[in-house]
Design a protein around this ligand. Structure first.
Ligand SMILES: NC(=O)c1ccc[n+]([C@@H]2O[C@H](COP(=O)([O-])OP(=O)(O)OC[C@H]3O[C@@H](n4cnc5c(N)ncnc54)[C@H](O)[C@@H]3O)[C@@H](O)[C@H]2O)c1
Length: 361
């Protein structure tokens, strides 16, 4: 069992049965009632295992969320809060999330506000949840097309990453999670980036390789979060690709849903371009980033019809200050800096570049 410290929260990577999860259930939370939050897919593919292997959970209340980003909204949270109240859940009870980033973001948020905060344990089931969303204590709910506009910092008591849950994950969602794996390497570890891009896809997702990917990627995120838990500085590097990526995700949310990771991959191309334009990333490395992302992730043909809407969405991004839109620049592969100011013209240029990177011929 690999144990990684993520800002005073222990992340255990390995077989859940051999982790400290059973002990937490039978000792620390022995008298607490348990609430398990799942979505439709993790209800069908992951819950049975949990209930079978950990019999103390048979009496848990199960909260079933509708699957998908479009449901990461306050309306659904209100329904869950009402259910918790009806079940008589009290402050000393425990919320366990079993799902991808939408489940950990919503379950974590609800745990953080119900009765001023319940303890929460995340068991991520998507690659994206394992390497990113379940770590670091940020919770988030969307407001219309604005991503994660409502949220809290609520560090989970523990995170248990067991890659066996990935067995039922659809291929599209593997790719989505892999975008955040690539991002972690791009911002912090050139050697890992080179290893990832040199691997063949069938080798990359073998059990052994996935275990290596998880440990490496979780370690990168955990180190950054531990250094700056409240995102006052350094933690912002984790947002590389996310300012433009979230605007793309917000724009397509109601049109033709693109996965979170796909949008972040497109955002990384656009933000790498701006890094190059502003004199940080060299052109050779920019081309390498574009080539890797383009080979894995599609770009909608009608991207440019959304430029003005996406620009508006970026103006409301959480990382901005009174002076305007702030993004991260890739300085070189493996190093990233934050708080760079860009304007509407930069955004337009970056989206045009992104489109040209896919459709110039
Ligand atoms: N809080 C943070 O720090 C943070 C960081 C990154 C991303 N996020 C958020 O995470 C979300 C994206 O996470 P995601 O990609 O995991 O989304 P998700 O939770 O919607 O999961 C993607 C899909 O995979 C399904 N799924 C999950 N695990 C499965 C399994 N084992 N078997 C079969 N199906 C499974 C889900 O039901 C869903 O349909 C976004 O809302 C994003 O904003 C949060």
């Amino acid at each position: 069992m690999k144990k990684i410290d993520c800002s005073s929260c222990i992340v255990e990577v390995g077989n859940l049965e051999l982790s400290s999860f059973p002990q937490l259930l039978t000792e620390t939370y022995k008298d607490a009632r348990k609430v398990i939050v799942v979505d439709e897919n993790t209800h069908d593919f992951c819950l049975e295992y949990l209930l079978t292997v950990f019999p103390t959970l048979e009496e848990a209340e199960v909260i079933l969320l509708p699957a998908g980003e479009e449901n990461k909204v306050m309306e659904v949270c209100f329904q869950v809060l009402e259910a918790l109240s009806e079940y008589g859940i009290v402050r000393s009870d425990l919320v366990i999330t079993l799902g991808g980033g939408v489940v950990s973001d919503m379950g974590g948020f609800i745990a953080s506000i119900y009765k001023r905060g319940l303890d929460c344990i995340h068991i991520p089931t998507s690659l994206l949840g394992m390497v990113d969303a379940a770590l670091g204590g940020k919770t988030g709910i969307d407001l219309g097309s604005y991503k994660n506009q409502i949220g809290t910092f609520h560090n989970p008591k523990a995170v248990f990453v067991d890659q066996r849950f990935l067995a039922s994950l659809p291929e599209e969602e593997w790719k989505s999670g892999f975008a955040e794996v690539l991002k972690h390497a791009l911002i912090a570890d050139k050697q890992e980036w080179e290893r990832l891009i040199a691997s063949k896809q069938n080798e990359l997702f073998s059990d052994e390789s996935v275990s290596q990917i998880l440990e490496k990627s979780i370690a990168i995120k955990s180190q950054v979060v531990t250094e700056d838990p409240q995102e006052n500085g350094k933690r912002k590097v984790l947002n590389f690709g996310h300012t433009i990526g979230h605007a793309i995700e917000g724009y397509y949310l109601e049109l033709n849903r693109l996965s979170h990771g796909n949008c972040i991959a497109l955002g990384m191309i656009a933000e790498a371009f701006l890094s190059n334009q502003k004199g940080t990333l060299n052109t050779e490395e920019l081309n390498e980033v574009v080539q890797v992302m383009r080979a894995l992730y599609p770009c909608p043909e009608d991207l440019l019809t959304g430029v003005s809407v996406m620009t508006e969405l970026m103006k409301n991004d959480k990382k901005n200050d009174q002076l305007g839109v702030r993004i991260c620049f890739l300085d070189r592969i493996g190093e990233c800096s934050w708080n760079h100011l860009i304007d509407g013209n930069d955004i337009k240029m970056a989206l045009n570049y992104l489109y040209q990177a896919y459709y110039k011929n």
